[in-house]
Each structure stands twice: as structure tokens, then as C-alpha cells.
Unconditional design. Structure first.
Length: 241
């Protein structure tokens, strides 16, 4: 089995090395004969040292000039050679236990893909509440968090990859498409819960509760208009780091 690990990255020089190191450690801990992998970092038009730092670790770096998370993920998948694709955000830390659970799911042969619950350190009370709410929704509806999406490469290509009409929530759209593809073939899409992915809480530090609530309310009230317009998604695209 050959696994392609794809990391979309826009101005992530502060965190990309930590992410890549966690991937290396997790791969080493889960090594077994017949298991191979590749690491692809998608430089999504960064203006900092993200690409050079990624190259120094031995990762393959590809360039996507248009700032859009789904487009960056698709650019990585386009050059991937793996039977399975693992998309993980550059501000996340992959742990060996989670990778072991992913590999068991793959080897079991009963799934088209999976997501994972996530954890964040140092959240204010309102962000902790939102994360708990999202976790319940994710498990109930089997929607992957954008920080981690895993799927068969043939399924990914059959459903058309991440929807590039969306500037956010493209991971939810892909989860729904993968579930449909899987149902037709007797395969499930799972949310793994034993070893949550650790991801950055920086948005909760960089934005006030009022700003976050306003963004979420705007998306709920105008989902199509807001999700298809980068200018209406400042929390995703205004570049604060």
C-alpha cells in the first residue's frame, strides 16, 4: 500500500516544520514491509519561507498560485501516486496512534475513507463549546474536519476531488460525495475518535468571539453566496497568522 500525504500550506513558515516532523515520526512508528509513502506540500502562493522549509525536510513541493484551500488540495492530489490520499493541514500535528488507526482502517478494506476528531490547546470557553458542538455533528453525520481527510485515490478522482466552487466547507462536500460513492460499493466513511488530531487554535486567538459568531451566522444565513466568495470568508482568507 502506498500512501500520499498532502499538506496545503499558505504562509506556514511558523508551523510547517512541526507538522512535517510529526508526520515523519508517525510514519517511522508505523513502518512495516510493503508500506510506502510520499509527502507532498502544496505551496498555495506563499510569500514567506514555507516552500523552502518544506523542501529542506525532503518533501515534494508543488505550487498552486490561486489562494483556495480546495484548489491547493486538488493540486497535491493531481501529482500524488498513492493508492490512498491523506490530506492534513499544515498547522496540525499527526500522531502515531491516529496514523495506526488510519492504516488499520485501510487494511480492513471496508471503508472508502475517514476523518478524525480534533483537539486544540488553549481555547477560550466559547471556542471550546464550538469545538464540542462540531465534534458531535462530525461523528453523527460523518463529516470530516478539514484538518484531516483520508480517502481512496480512485474514489477521490471519481467524485471529482474537492469542489473548487467552494472556498470553505469543501471537506463536508467531499465527505458527502465519498459516502455516496462508498454506499454504492458497500463501503463506509468513518470518523476516527480514539486519537484526535491536534490542530492549531490560532483562529480562536486571532479572532474575537464576536468576529467568529458573525462569520458563522453569515455562512448559515447565506451559505451559497458566502461559501463561493472568498471575500465573504475573512476568517479563512484574510491572511492573519
Amino acid at each position: 500500500m502506498h500512501l500520499s500525504i498532502i499538506i496545503p500550506a499558505f504562509n506556514e513558515e511558523r508551523l510547517i516544520e512541526r507538522c512535517l516532523q510529526s508526520i515523519s515520526v508517525s510514519l517511522t512508528a508505523n513502518y512495516k514491509p510493503g508500506f510506502t509513502s510520499e509527502i507532498i506540500v502544496v505551496d498555495n502562493n506563499s510569500t514567506d519561507n514555507t516552500a523552502n522549509l518544506a523542501r529542506q525536510t525532503g518533501a515534494r513541493v508543488v505550487f498552486e498560485p490561486i489562494n483556495q484551500i480546495g484548489r491547493a488540495r486538488n493540486a497535491g492530489a493531481a501529482v500524488a501516486t498513492g493508492d490512498w490520499l491523506l490530506f492534513v493541514d499544515a498547522d496540525s500535528i499527526l500522531n502515531a496512534g491516529l496514523l495506526a488507526d488510519i492504516l488499520r482502517l485501510i487494511e480492513d478494506g471496508k471503508s472508502v475513507g475517514c476523518g478524525s476528531t480534533v483537539k486544540m490547546q488553549g481555547l477560550p470557553w466559547w471556542a471550546h463549546w464550538l469545538l464540542q458542538l462540531w465534534t458531535r455533528i462530525s461523528i453523527l453525520l460523518r463529516w470530516a474536519a478539514g484538518a484531516l481527510v483520508v480517502c481512496r485515490s480512485d474514489a477521490f478522482r471519481d467524485v471529482g476531488g474537492f469542489n473548487q466552487e467552494l472556498y470553505a466547507a469543501d471537506e463536508i462536500s467531499l465527505s458527502q460525495q465519498l459516502k455516496k460513492w462508498g454506499r454504492q460499493r458497500g463501503l463506509q466513511f468513518a470518523i476516527l475518535t480514539r486519537h484526535p488530531l491536534e490542530t492549531s487554535s490560532r483562529k480562536a486567538q486571532l479572532y474575537s468571539g464576536r468576529e467568529m459568531a458573525g462569520q458563522i451566522l453569515h455562512v448559515i444565513l447565506h451559505p451559497r453566496r458566502s461559501l463561493q466568495d472568498r471575500k465573504q470568508l475573512p476568517i479563512w482568507y484574510d491572511g492573519r497568522r
